[in-house]
Design a protein around this ligand. Sequence first.
Ligand code: PEP
Ligand code: MG
Length: 574
Amino acid sequence: MEKLKGIGASDGYAIAKAFLLEQPDLSFEEGKVEDADAEIERLTKAIDDSRIEIAKIKVIAQERLSEEEAGVFDAHLQMLDDPEMIATYQQKIKDENLDAQTAVRQTADGFIAIFKAMEDNPYMQERAADIKDVTDRLIAHLIGAKIPNLSLIDDDAIVIAPDLTPSDTAQLNKYVKGFVTDIGGRTSHSAIMARSLEVAAVVGTTSASEAVSDGDLVIVDGFEGEVLINPDQATVDSYKDKAKAYQKQKLEWESLKDADSLTKDGKQFEIVANIGSPKDLPGVHENGAEGVGLYRTEFLYMDSDHFPTEEEQFEAYKEVLESLNGKNVVIRTMDIGGDKKLPYLPLPEELNPFLGYRAIRICLRETDMFRTQLRALLRASAYGKLSIMFPMVATLEEWRQAKALYEEERQKLIDEGVKVADNIQVGIMIEIPAAAVLADQFAKEVDFFSIGTNDLIQYTMAADRMNNNISYLYQPYNPAVLRLINYVIQASHKEGKWTGMCGEVAGDQTAIPLLVGMGLDEFSMSATSILKSRSLMARLDSKECEELAHKAMNEKTSSEEVAEMVHDYVSKLD
Ligand code: PEP
Ligand code: MG
């Protein structure tokens, strides 16, 4: 038995024979043509054929995936028909006498290189994968190669591939129990689709497509990110038991979809979702979120080649608010900088971008951009229950400046006769230790806090969240971090305000008992963690959790000791 390690991209266990997805050979010699017009005609025909094929895949996808996820194929159709790309192909054929496949490959490579260069931006890297997917199909038509058809699988299988394109993933039918790829990460489209199809998936194994042969028996462990090749019978049996237990657990969780988030002794909390775009809404509803606790609006900016206009932003915010139908939606104003860059907003090169010009610091200088976003938010407020929060606030002065700009725009809209909700809450993210320590002062002025632990931990521990060498300092249960979190929660409660948390810690199963003990009001997490967290909460006793949190902050000296104590407590629960 051989074992491969990768990244667990979608929870679940799968045991089945391997279906090795051979990538088609799309290599060709670059060629020249004499009759450019005939070549452009050949190109047009290939584009037409590709369009028909993608439209077919879209129909298959719509049967298995949500409308939004199938929407990736609308994006593919748009890319295929993109006038700028087509004009570039044609120009290369006309001016350089290139054959159509060479023109397409060169053009695509240019765009892919630009997107791939945005190393810190997984979203743009994924767009590079989409361009490759579309142009490979086009090239296949031009050179007469065949793109494999996964929808033909008719027996239980685990698909093994160097990489799975979104079109591959959308063609996975009910016989596909899981998949494994050599490359990819948790945010790749195929990983997102796997979670929504609820098939086990491990990505980024580097070598699965070489290590596995067609027909090998394979176990995929989507939790641990492990792939077992030709396991012995005892191992197969033990994974069958695990799979059964997980199935049972999922059914139990499912029953909590419409339930309140209560502890065993009846204390109520809110479990809400983090989203990056309106595309994430189906997951929000399917997993029983009680609202949205963080809408990262910067993805709207990153997904565009220009500053999104007020109208474009308004439409996106309105869509989310309407879809949540009166449930609270916390929208964060743009958090660019650090690891998030915009191609159309050149920022100065900095030695420490995470300590640099980012988020509210940019918005308070680029006030036109900020005012546009505030106006879009205020206009959208008429369509649901909106809360707005400012990221990376360090000082009361910053908060007051941002709030003043908000008030100005609000007044202007009201004077213009535009409908604006009168119950909008305005708060800040607590991500900087200085703001956490002055939470008592902030609490007098803001409507709420949302703790961004991803940044709060990196600044508290002085450990860059992107630096692997010091990843051991990402210590969510370190008593120093816990004391800051607790202080913020208590300070807000003293002023009758509420505190949420939207960093990864909110959905961390070890942290949840501690946060329940501290009385955190709102837990905001990725949608797929919601039911699991609600289920854990239902087993907790709020008074016991209070003691647990007290001990963690006052008697324990390290993150590990705290984790051990919590695991011990949870293991004894019913
Ligand atoms: C955080 O810092 O915890 C947070 C939620 O913001 P982001 O991860 O987008 O920086
Ligand atoms: Mg942050």
